[in-house]
Write a protein that binds this ligand. Sequence first.
Ligand code: TMP
Length: 210
Amino acid sequence: MKGRFISLEGGEGSGKSTCLSYIQSWLEERKIPFLTTREPGGTPLAEDIRQVVLNDREEPVNDLAELLLVFASRAQHINEKIQPALNSGICVVSDRFIDSSFVYQGVARGGDLSKIETLSEWVVGSCLPDKTILLDVPVEVGLKRVQDRQQSDRLDKESVEFHEKVRQGFLLRAAQDSARFAVIDSSQSIDAVLKDLDIALQAAFHLGEH
Ligand code: TMP
């Protein structure tokens, strides 16, 4: 049987790392074979592209170049890692996937969504997540959480307006595909977030169904 594909999405400071650790323990407890990965990145080549995309640089990064780079890393990631794992029955949990491209390069940067759709059909095809967990947090709360972080990348440093577009973009995508998305209010206490996450995972793995 094919493995299940779960993606985790959200803006800066939405608590993806905490949730990812919880998902790992959740899958381990249930003895579900899995791998965790991330985008941009996930393979040596794709991680090299991640550095190219996210490193600070003096030269302005062209929006189309940024879009094509994230899709180049995704092509490598899907073909070399995600699809083979799913085919052999391993569950894949990815910290970000295709929705980040629609939201960051599309909604927030103002890129042409129909071109991103075309790229998605070409690069991702049917390798879409079975369940996408969106951690939603007001921008000011998320940015406050990350302000003490040592490392921030080129996109973290974008304006509050940019991050607001990211938040709204994710919420819109979730509303358009409510069967795939589980939206979790991550401004709640950690306990409450993890409780919601547990419910979303049970639904994703059809547990509790008869
Ligand atoms: P993060 O995984 O630490 O949140 O950092 C990844 C950054 O890359 C984040 O700012 C969102 C950005 N990104 C895109 O702009 N487009 C994409 O398609 C993906 C996967 C990530």
